[in-house]
Design a protein around this ligand. Sequence first.
Ligand code: PBG
Length: 305
Amino acid sequence: MVRETSISPDNFIYPLFATYGTGVRKEISSMPGCYQESVDEIVKNAKEVHSLGIPAIILFGIPEHKDAAGSSAYDANGVVQNAIKAVKDAVPDLYVITDVCMCEYTDHGHCGLIEKGTVDNDKTLNLLAMEALSHVKAGADMVAPSDMMDGRVAAIRAALDGGGFTDIPIMAYAAKYASAFYGPFREAAESTPQFGDRRSYQMDPANRREASKEVALDIAEGADIVMVKPALSYLDIISDIKASSGVPLAAYNVSGEYSLVKAAGKMGWIDESRVMMEILLSIKRAGADLILTYFAKDAAKVLNG
Ligand code: PBG
């Protein structure tokens, strides 16, 4: 009766990795229970997600072809575009969000265009806008830019409005830190930078005030939902943003946070299910309305009894 925080499958967004081919379901070794899946397999998985009462998925793409300009990212027949169409066809009630970023599509693995050995923020904006528009044309319900280029929310908003998609919202990865917790994801998405790191565009983990600034900029540019990422080492940031932003807040319980729990659970060192639920509850308690988590299906099973 006096419990202050509750958690429900309604709060979850489940990440899925779309790849080319058919009948492909390749487990990601550092993320047990998560797979790179071809579009036909994504559809089966999406049906299960929906049947567990989870309202939304977020799609990432592993394309067949990578190049310097990440051209598969905005290909109308790309893996993500095809996955969106197939999922919306088979499970129309499932809300489909797409991750908008260049790193999965560039041969150098960076989140933007490279000029003179470094990521060129402004030249990347047009590519991100084209990618977002192609996702929405394929039927995406919401786009989520994760690249951390300055000005990308405004560029994407303008492109969507220009294409007649004025009702499609943007969930901005607003406070995204340059974190070692993304390690397993980069194996999953095959997006490890081939040189350097992401510190010229992602945030310094030491900075707290800067998160509020990044969030305010994204909201001013038109973000409808803002995100803090990673979640667990950044609960103070989640709490700050919840108190100050006034828009719905998402938190990304990232790959490394998942892998740590899975590994210790497998070793028998922790009670995996209880630790999972405690982590998700803590993210909610800190202030997140929505949680992107690889635990979504496991946690929904616990919550559904
Ligand atoms: C793409 C992107 C990343 C994640 C989500 N979108 C990786 C990165 O920035 O290197 C990480 C997700 C996770 O670790 O679970 N930029």
